[in-house]
Ligand binder design. Structure first.
Ligand code: THU
Length: 134
């Protein structure tokens, strides 16, 4: 395993751990995220649902909100772990939300084959609407 892959695997393990804190009594679909910043810090997140369903927040946005509210805006990679679907990629709202801080972000998921899958956010959200679009 190359060093890069070891980092992705570690980030995925952290995302899986974060999913243990998921509050998802309605969907019963726990998701965790681990966001690696350029300075090496890792911010975790989980999905937090609500009785008013649309008020729920995804794991990825929880992680980004935690990072930005701690003064961190530059990111390298985010691992996402859907405990019930290894091949679960970020939803459209999360792709848009993350793109605000750069589309070079690497998105890491476990993949159904068990082989770590990595895609750039720019591939997952081409021609995104960002700060330069205004
Ligand atoms: N969910 C995430 O946390 N991230 C995604 O990218 C997709 C969906 C959550 C939202 C909801 O709590 C549950 O998964 C089922 O949609």
């Amino acid at each position: 395993m190359s060093n890069g892959q070891a980092i992705y695997q570690k980030l995925l393990d952290t995302a899986k751990q974060a999913a243990e804190n998921s509050y998802s009594p309605y969907s019963r679909f726990p998701v965790g995220a681990a966001l690696l910043s350029e300075d090496g810090r890792v911010f975790t997140g989980c999905n937090v649902e609500n009785a008013s369903y649309s008020a729920g927040v995804c794991a990825e946005r929880t992680a980004v909100l935690k990072a930005v509210s701690e003064g961190c805006r530059r990111f390298k990679a985010i691992a996402v772990a859907c405990l019930k679907n290894a091949d679960g990629w970020p939803c459209g709202i999360c792709r848009q939300f993350m793109s605000e801080f750069g589309v070079d972000l690497e998105v890491v998921v476990e993949g159904s084959s068990g082989k770590v899958q990595v895609m750039k956010l720019s591939e997952l959200l081409p021609r995104h609407f960002g700060p330069d679009s205004l």
